[in-house]
Ligand binder design. Structure first.
Ligand code: ADP
Ligand code: MG
Length: 462
């Protein structure tokens, strides 16, 4: 049975109230179809595109049966994600939903950072672990992570974990889990491999698939046929200059192409950043931060790196090459036009890619709209600029800086207006605030000339 309101669910009252606070009013299609069975303890395979609200499904599955009153610090839920960014995002969402039900400890365990601090932290116990398979396995094997009390096991973006070659790692982790548990699997696509994984780890799982119809019709798609490959770069540039998006993802099929294209675009003066598997942790965070706060307008990305990342209001998606699989195309263009926003997706393709166009026509069941490229005279104009710029403040969590302190300072006497302030991100010893370009100078002056919580912090344009 599908539900039409969260109030129909047998939820812990604190969780139900929290959903209202978070403004989660109407369940998404995926949530509507899967929450009831999930809360009854059923094993599920849930197929749904990025942005369909899958995280909340497993967050509620985990939190609704979490036993806090037992004062136990045993790990009660394990969520496996393919990448560190996803793990961070998932952990954040779980914490946010859990905010009202007591002191829930959520620990992320991802590679790329040293293992010792994680081991020390695990000694204090954690209720929920969110991590990447490799690092979780390491902890399990060296005994720092005990999984015998796990009640809920979640594979998020399962298809991607399999594509990344984690099959054996998952097998190895599963050996340490109790038989009696609920297992939930989330995936954007549903290849045979997923079925195999499901039969291996789940008890008579039900497959839930939310209709993707919306995807096909709420997004305005235009295709551009290129006569030769040399035109591709300038075709992209004129489209960017025509649309001047403040938030655009350009998809490439390979890491090498992503890097090359990013370099070339950057040289034209456009505010772009890159996202692919070869970036280190700091670089990735920087790309995501500046793209999300809109001081970088264009994110050049591979599918794998951009998968599942939750950035709202992506105005425009451009396929620099058509995706290798039609399903991936659907997934890419689904990144724009979430919720009420109407999305726009543009795709470039050459002679060798026409078979992919045929596959898409078959998938969508209709002809694809083709366009002609705008005039190349647009290339003579200077690159358009981002509306926002990022300022860096040399103080963060360790100095107990909070968003409200920064907003308070900025909007104080001779400062800037609230409307000119964008996203604020606070890290350990630094904070980043996005402001409207025209407010950057006064904002910097204000930050550098005032005290926040009785201390002066240096601020500069990042
Ligand atoms: P997925 O994992 O399917 O890609 P997410 O779980 O990341 O999608 O959800 C995408 C966005 O939608 C998130 O910002 C989330 O907070 C929001 N969201 C999820 N469910 C709802 C809902 N019922 N109402 C409004 N927003 C929602
Ligand atoms: Mg997700």
């Amino acid at each position: 049975m599908s539900i039409t309101s969260f109030s129909q669910l047998p939820l812990n009252p604190a969780l139900a109230k929290r959903l209202i606070d978070l403004n989660y009013v109407i369940p998404t299609a995926v949530q509507s179809a899967s929450l009831q069975p999930v809360l009854e303890g059923q094993d599920l395979v849930v197929k749904g595109k990025t942005g369909s609200g899958k995280t909340l499904v497993f967050a509620l599955a985990i939190l609704n049966k979490l036993q806090l009153q037992l004062q136990t610090n045993d790990v009660q839920a394990l969520v496996l994600c393919p990448t560190r960014e996803l793990a961070d995002q998932v952990a954040q969402e779980i914490k946010s939903v859990a905010a009202m039900i007591g002191n829930v400890k959520v620990q992320t365990l991802c590679g790329g950072v040293s293992i010792e601090p994680q081991m020390r932290s695990l000694q204090h116990g954690a209720h929920i672990i969110v991590g990447t398979p490799g690092r979780v396995e390491e902890h399990v094997l060296n005994g720092s992570l005990i999984l015998t009390e796990v009640q809920t096991l979640v594979f998020d973006e399962a298809d991607q974990m399999l594509d990344m070659g984690f099959t054996e790692t998952l097998e190895s982790i599963a050996m340490y889990l109790p038989q009696m548990r609920q297992t939930l699997m989330f995936s954007a696509t549903y290849p045979d491999k997923i079925m195999k994984l499901a039969t291996q780890y789940m008890r008579s799982p039900e497959l839930i698939e939310a209709q993707e119809e919306q995807v096909h019709h709420s997004i305005k798609q235009t295709f551009y046929r290129l006569d030769n490959n040399k035109m591709r770069f300038n075709a992209l540039r004129v489209l960017l200059m025509q649309h001047q998006p403040q938030s655009c993802i350009v998809f490439c099929n390979t890491k090498a192409e992503t890097k090359r294209l990013f370099e070339e675009l950057r040289q034209t003066g456009l505010a772009c950043v890159e996202l692919h598997g070869d970036l280190d942790q700091g670089e990735r965070e920087w790309s995501l931060l500046t793209f999300a706060n809109k001081s970088a307008n264009i994110l050049v990305a591979t599918d794998v790196a951009a998968r599942g990342l939750d950035v709202d209001e992506v105005e425009l998606v451009i396929n620099y090459h058509l995706a290798l699989e039609p399903q991936t195309h659907v997934h890419r263009v689904g990144r724009t036009g979430r919720g009420e926003h109407k999305g726009v997706a543009l795709s470039l393709y050459g002679e060798k890619e026409t078979f992919k166009v045929d596959q898409l026509i078959e998938l969508y069941g209709q002809a694809l709209k083709h366009g002609t490229l705008p005039s190349h005279s647009l290339l003579e104009k200077p690159a358009y600029k981002s509306n926002m710029v990022t300022l860096m403040i040399e103080g963060g969590k360790q100095q107990k800086l909070r968003k409200a302190d920064i907003v308070g300072c900025l909007t104080g006497e001779d400062g800037i207006s609230f409307k000119q302030i964008g996203k604020i991100n606070i890290y350990d010893v630094q904070a980043f605030v996005a402001v409207k370009r025209e407010a950057a100078k006064p904002a910097l002056r204000k930050l550098n000339n005032s005290k926040i919580k009785n201390k002066r912090y240096k601020a500069l344009r990042a």
